[in-house]
Design a protein around this ligand. Structure first.
Ligand code: AMP
Ligand code: GLY
Length: 423
C-alpha cells in the first residue's frame, strides 16, 4: 500500500513514524516533508498548499490513501480534490474545515448550538470595533477571523493594546484577508487542555489529553510560539471533566456540524479552558495539533492506519481505539531568536539511537548533513510509566542533540507535575 502524507513539520513526522508501524504500508510519501522526515519517508518537493500538484502526484503515483495534516490545505479543499480523483483521505473536506478556517463561523456555531465558549462580538467595521472597545472589559481577546499562521490571537492587557490590535488587523491588514472580520471575546482564565479526537461524523473518540506550552520562556514568560513542548495526559483533565466535555462539547459539536450539512471526518482538535464555570472551547482546529501529536500518537496502542481508514469509511464505531496508560513528554528545541528572527543552516548532531524518538520540524539536508531550517527545529519525545520519568528521559535525550544557538524550555511538564502533587 502507498500512503501520502501532506505537510512537513514535527506533527507530520510523528504521523509518519506511527504509520510505519503498519507492515502493509510499502511506501510513505511526504509532500513536502523535510530533511529529517526524509529518513522515514520519500520526500517530494510539492508545497502543502499546491492542491493541484498534490492531486497530480497522488494520481500519477498510484497513492492508495492520503493523510492531509496541516490547516491550510484542508481549508483550501485538498480533501475534496483528492476524493474527486478517487483517492481516499483522512481529513475534513472544505465545508467542514471551516470550523478552524473561520473563527466567526465557529463562534456562531457554538452560540447557535449552546456549546460553552467565551462571550463574543463579531466586527466587520473597524470604527464599530473601536467604539465597542471603549467600554469593553479589559483584558480582552482579539481574534482575526481567518488563518494567520497561529498568530491571529492577541490578548490585550490594556485598552490601548486592544485599539492597536484592531487597527493592525483591520487597517494595517497584518494578516491580510484573514483580518477583514474579527472576533472580540471575553478573556477567560483557567488551565488549558488540548483534546484531539478521531471522528467519522457519527462516532467521536477523544484521544489522550495533552498540555501545550506556548510561551517561549520558562515559567510561561516571553512571546507566544507555535508550542515549545507538550505532555500527556493532562492532569487537569479528570475523568469527570472528560465526561462533561463529551456531553456538553464533543458530541454537540459533531451533531451541530451534521445539522449544518458540514459533517466532520478526521481529527477534530478541541482547545479547552477549564474555567470556574466549567470547560469552555477556546478554539477548534480541523487537524492534529502540533506539538500535541508528538505526545499523543506515541501513546496510541491501536494501529493508526486502521483508525484513520475507519474514519474515512464511517466505521469508527467498530474500532477499539486504545491508548497506553503511560505518560509522554515532548521538548521542542528551537533556533535562538525564535519566535523572532533566527539564522538557519547550522548542522544538527545527535546519536543515531535516539532518532526514533525525535520528530524533525525545521531541518533540511545539505551535503549529506542535517541542518537547521526553521524556528522550531525538532521535538524529542519520551514515554514512561509516570510523567516525572517521561520528563527526565526526554531531557536526557535533549542534552544529546546539538546545534549552534539551540534553545529549549527547561520546565516542560513542571506545571503538570505540580498539578499532580496538588490532587
Ligand atoms: P489560539 O491561537 O486560538 O490557540 O489562541 C492562542 C492562545 O490564546 C490560547 O491557547 C489561549 O492561551 C489564549 N486565548 C485564546 N482565547 C482566549 C480567551 N478567550 N481567554 C483567554 N485566553 C485566550
Ligand atoms: N498546538 C496548537 C496547534 O496545533 O494549533
Amino acid at each position: 500500500m502507498k500512503v501520502m502524507v501532506v505537510g512537513g513539520g514535527g506533527r507530520e513526522h510523528a504521523i509518519i513514524k506511527k504509520l510505519k508501524e503498519n507492515s502493509t504500508i510499502e511506501n510513505i510519501y511526504a509532500l513536502p516533508g523535510n530533511g529529517g522526515i526524509a529518513k522515514d519517508a520519500s520526500v517530494v518537493s510539492v508545497a502543502a498548499t499546491n492542491i493541484t500538484a498534490i492531486k497530480d502526484f497522488a494520481v500519477n503515483n498510484g497513492i492508495d490513501y492520503a493523510v492531509v495534516a496541516p490547516d491550510d490545505p484542508l481549508v483550501l479543499g485538498c480533501v475534496d480534490e483528492l476524493e474527486a480523483a478517487g483517492i481516499p483521505c483522512f481529513g475534513p473536506n472544505k465545508a467542514a474545515a471551516i470550523i478552524e478556517g473561520s473563527k466567526v463561523f465557529s463562534k456562531n456555531l457554538m452560540k447557535k448550538y449552546g456549546i460553552p465558549t467565551a462571550a463574543y462580538e463579531v466586527f466587520e467595521d473597524m470604527d464599530k470595533a473601536l467604539e465597542y472597545l471603549k467600554t469593553a472589559p479589559i483584558p480582552t481577546v482579539i481574534k482575526a477571523n481567518g488563518l494567520a499562521l497561529g498568530k491571529g490571537v492577541i490578548i490585550a492587557e490594556t485598552r490601548e493594546q486592544a485599539f492597536d490590535a484592531v487597527r493592525s488587523m483591520m487597517s494595517d491588514k497584518i494578516f491580510g484577508k484573514s483580518g477583514e472580520s474579527i472576533v472580540i471575546e471575553e478573556f477567560l482564565t483557567g488551565p488549558e487542555v488540548s483534546v484531539l479526537s478521531f471522528t467519522d461524523g457519527k462516532t467521536i473518540v477523544p484521544m489522550v489529553s495533552s498540555m501545550d506550552h506556548k510561551r517561549a520562556g520558562d515559567n510561561d514568560t516571553g512571546l507566544n510560539t507555535g508550542g515549545m513542548g507538550t505532555i500527556a495526559p493532562n492532569p487537569y483533565y479528570t475523568d469527570a471533566i472528560a465526561a462533561e466535555c463529551m456531553e456538553k462539547i464533543f458530541v454537540p459539536t459533531i451533531n451541530a456540524m451534521n445539522q449544518e450539512g458540514r459533517s466532520f471526518k478526521g481529527c477534530l482538535y478541541f482547545g479547552l479552558m477549564l474555567t470556574a464555570d466549567g470547560p469552555k472551547v477556546i478554539e477548534y482546529n480541523c487537524r492534529f495539533g502540533d506539538p500535541e501529536t508528538q505526545v499523543v500518537l506515541p501513546l496510541l496502542k491501536t494501529d493508526l492506519l486502521t483508525v484513520m481508514q475507519a474514519v474515512t469509511n464511517g466505521t469508527l464505531a467498530d474500532v477499539d481505539v486504545e491508548f497506553k496508560d503511560d505518560s509522554a513528554c515532548c521538548v521542542i528545541i528551537a533556533s535562538g531568536g525564535y519566535p523572532g528572527s533566527y539564522n538557519k543552516g547550522y548542522e544538527i548532531t545527535m546519536p543515531e539511537d535516539i532518532f526514533d524518538k525525535v520528530y524533525i520540524a525545521g531541518a533540511a539536508e545539505k551535503d549529506g548533513k542535517l541542518v537547521t531550517n526553521g524556528g522550531r527545529v525538532l521535538g524529542v519525545t519520551a514515554t514512561a510509566s509516570d510523567l516525572k520519568s517521561a520528563i527526565d528521559a526526554s531531557y536526557a535525550m535533549v542534552k544529546k542533540v546539538s546545534f549552534e544557538n539551540a534553545f529549549y524550555r527547561s520546565d516542560i511538564g513542571a506545571r503538570a507535575l505540580r498539578a499532580i502533587k496538588e490532587c
